[in-house]
Ligand binder design. Sequence first.
Ligand code: UDP
Length: 385
Amino acid sequence: MTRADTAMPRILVCFGTRPEAIKMFPVVHALKAHGGMDVRVAVTAQHREILDQVLEIGGIVPDIDLDLMRPDQSLDELSSRILTSFGTALDEWTPARMLVHGDTLTTMMVTLGSYFRKIPVGHVEAGLRSGNIYSPWPEEVNRKVTGAVSDLHFAPTEGAAEALRAENVPASAIHVTGNTVIDALFATRDKVAANPALAAGLDDVQQRFAGKRIIALTAHRRENFGEGMSNIAAAISELAQRDDVAVIFPVHPNPNVRPVMEAALGGRDNVALIEPLDYPHFVRLMEMADLLLTDSGGVQEEGPSFGKPVLVMRDTTERPEGITAGTARLVGTDRDLIVSEAARLLDDRHAYDAMARAHNPYGDGKAANRIAEAVAAAHHVHRQS
Ligand code: UDP
């Protein structure tokens, strides 16, 4: 390490899952581009393969990789592994600040480890609240605990900022930045447009389903494991009986998801069960699709940017902006409701057009720069570039 490095405040950015990596790679690049800070990246690898896909595409080489994922890991085991392993890393790396994202176990445990050492934490995607601690579970509480400790809160929307103020977070600690997922989405869409080979792996499936209406599906939420997943599979099975419809489903590797979906949907003519896609391919899939069916958080934010109606297979959402704007609708995991709402959008042009308005309540693609500026200001660093 050079002298100059040691004089600069060390900012340690830590994440562990695919969605965190997608939403944090623009922040890492913006911090480095700002200059004047010693920016390092730690990954817990709470997800392994699907995290690595994003690290590669996002151009991030972690300085610390804790490689903590284990098969079918319980919340208890994973939490304690993150806390103890990351604590050791913190003692070694002694950052001036931690930056975390969102609502995962990595987010919460890294925040607690930082708190135990009195290291300040900046929270990206702060202030999202469903108001129900069991939906999303355990993410609602992961996010609240992180917010309770953080001294910099990067709220993606005015609504999220309002939720923080309602919990007595000082207004001066809140920065409304937009969501960094839009930065990642725009950057990746532009990369794919400039180099279609980056997402050419979908050419076959596109040919196979030429002329059909495409439903892109994702499902992975913990609170949907069991009955919810079976209902989703049954609904898709019914929708796929239509000749004019094809379903493309990158199946999450979680053992509570894949076997259920393979048993119910494997071998069906109009259903492609495929491996999880890297981000450029998934962005292309969203562009190709007529309709998005998902229980994901990120996809709810991305879909409206492409003018694609999003049916959200959850009972509540901490992202109400898309619902209010009329581009997303909650359908839970009720089989009949999923089928009837999807069919309505496929059959009723007027209903489809009413939802398929390109609208983006989640950001303008410049969130990461705003975050970098605020972090630099908190450490009295001037822009170097
Ligand atoms: N995504 C991806 N490949 C896939 C499915 C999703 O790159 O096969 C992206 C998607 O665009 C979004 C993010 O992963 O940005 C969402 O991750 P996930 O659904 O795992 O988590 P959540 O958003 O619910 O936290």
